[in-house]
Design a protein around this ligand. Structure first.
Ligand code: COA
Length: 190
């Protein structure tokens, strides 16, 4: 059993904090946010995030649970500058659950949700050295778009690749699709 995936509930603030901090502690090289900044957020923030991501078309978090324990997660949100897309972020599977198909369950849930709310595509940024994640996203049909983007706030630090999956075949046939997908990144995790 690879675990079960469900959308976060409004009362899952503490569980969301637990799994997000576990991800940032275990894989700091994979994420833009830091453990220190996320750990400093007050409990109210986590309650608000869980409630926001539990319902509606703009934000969703999916939790992976095994024997009732949170062992993975993925966030999806509507980027304000390209609202016809959804952006996948904060993807993590605990090491003990890797290479089991658990990551596929999370990505499939995120993409199915994006489709269900009418997104034309799903985009994400992945660190250039993060080969396992890139391979996993490619297996789901994501392709690299544009050139690698260094983190402007930390010169010499992380470099990100933009990857995109078309969800609506008509919209993705348009020339504007990739240009829109390549729209600027803004931190909307909070
Ligand atoms: C990214 C992540 C969710 C993938 O989960 P997973 O269970 O490892 O994924 P899968 O086993 O389904 O796929 C991993 C792919 O990387 C490959 N891989 C695994 N370890 C590797 C390594 N050290 N070097 C190169 N490739 C590797 C696997 O063979 C597989 O590729 P394939 O399907 O083409 O054979 C998980 O590794 C993770 O949580 N990593 C830390 C956080 C992270 O990187 N998040 C993504 C942020 S964008």
């Amino acid at each position: 059993m690879v675990g079960e995936v469900r959308r976060v509930s409004a009362g899952d603030g503490a569980r969301l904090r637990e799994v997000r901090l576990a991800a940032l502690a275990e894989a700091p090289g994979a994420f833009w946010q830091t453990w220190e900044a996320e750990a400093a957020r007050p409990d109210d923030d986590w309650r608000r995030r869980a409630a926001r991501n539990a319902a509606g078309h703009a934000h969703a978090t999916f939790l992976l649970e095994h024997d009732g324990e949170p062992v993975g997660m993925v966030d999806v949100h509507q980027p304000s500058l390209v609202p016809e897309f959804r952006e996948l972020a904060a993807m993590w599977v605990a090491p003990a659950m890797r290479a089991t198909g658990a990551a596929d369950l999370l990505v499939s849930a995120a993409v199915a949700w994006a489709r269900s709310v009418g997104a034309i595509g799903v985009r994400l940024w992945v660190e250039i050295r993060n080969v396992p994640a890139q391979r996993m996203y490619r297996r789901h049909g994501f392709t690299q778009v544009g050139s690698p983007s260094p983190d402007r706030e930390n010169p010499g630090g992380k470099v990100y690749l933009l990857m995109v999956l078309a969800v609506d075949p008509d919209a993705s046939a348009s020339r504007a699709f990739l240009a829109r997908a390549n729209g600027p990144w803004t931190d909307e995790s909070g």
